[in-house]
Design a protein around this ligand. Sequence first.
Ligand code: NDP
Length: 453
Amino acid sequence: MGDFDVDLFVIGAGSGGVRAGRIAAGYGARVAIAEESRVGGTCVIRGCVPKKLYVYASRFPDHFADAAGFGWNVPKATFHWPTLVANKEAEITRLEGIYRRNLANSGVEIIDSRAVVEDPHTVRILATGARITARVILIATGARPILEPAIPGGELGLISDQIFDLAALPERLLVIGGGYIAVEFAGIFSGLGVETTLLHRGPHLLRGFDEDLRVGLEEAYRERGIELLLERTIERLDRNGEGVLATLSDGTRRSFSHVLVATGRWPHTRGLGLEAAGVALNAKGAVVVNDYGATNVASIFAVGDVTDRVNLTPVAIREGHAFADTIFGDKPTTVDHATIPTAVFSTPELGTIGPSEAAARALYPDLVVYRTRFRAMKSTLSGRNEPMMMKILVDPATDKVIGVHILGEGAGEMIQVVGIAVTMGATKADFDRTMAVHPTAAEELVTLRTPVA
Ligand code: NDP
């Protein structure tokens, strides 16, 4: 061990890298971590955290509108975008400080520079040219959005990294894509009062999600005034004064003040020296790893989005922790990628665990489906006409609940708790004998008695 400068060199101080570094240091390893941008990574700096803050901001108009039915007279509210941007910036700066302090308190050395791999035991710090040798190198560089598809004028589009800090709120926004990011940002900007169009190449948003969630969200988005253009692509973008003129595959041309391209994120491996070090990458450029995060090079490991398995922050954190336990804690640990609850912070929100109904049918031909659609109690006085939907999928052979899908207010919070039961292997009978909490929306999950299929 003593032959190397450090025991562990982590490249990338995001969710996975920070957790791995701190836990390894806790086991007594000498750890250094390099970050070319801001400590905290995508989730803290330009992802989950600022996104959720903007989601909160976008929901106030609903609260103001709903208030009237409860007797409140809310004077016309106004929104000031620069205040939101500045307050978001202050909060992520605070969080970055906490991340830095936690790393330092764990004894991890932070190197504010891009680092590249030179050979299986050496990294080079670009800011200084210094070379550091390490017994183990962990690649935790995440993923980054790219401007795809490559169309004429594509450079006029923005990526999600840029959308948080626009100088002014867009007037007319086109969002391209039908995944998490496109759906969430369309909801955010529509809520903030921006005329919003969401264009997706497929017949429905959110491929892979349960069909009732997909269709239910589309209906809600249309009802909220978000224009959905499905089964269409963009052929070209042209500058149009201050804005952008988009030519669509259906031949129409539309003008927007801003275009957000949210057509996926790609593993951040380019120029990292991995190929030269002999690390195997897949066709998408992701680092190929086994269940322990090990690459084909014995001293190099990878966790998180750079491995392109399940690209979610909590998964990266688990992978980072499992890696440190395995390599530095003498506790071989793997991460179960099979049953992962997740939420889409659209408005209304989606919470989901397990396969969609269609995917579950392929696995369990006798699948039993329970589903309810109802108006939440708050809607009675607010007059809001947005239904909630809950669905439970059960394998009749074992009575196990294999999937739960929720559309509506609080779906993200609900699915976190339901996720415990499903992860434990709860049966439908367990759900049924759980006492309801009344009056809540979530009580529907334990009072569903009659299958719909
Ligand atoms: P996704 O992979 O979720 O979605 C990409 C979307 O872009 C899909 O609708 C896809 O269509 C479409 N697309 C891909 N390529 C093209 C193309 N060439 N032309 C037109 N459309 C295209 O990526 P996101 O960027 O939305 O999110 C990245 C990851 O980040 C997610 O997988 C998720 O794991 C994570 N994330 C999680 C969040 C959360 O937990 N709430 C929030 C934000 C991100 P198609 O379906 O047809 O392939």
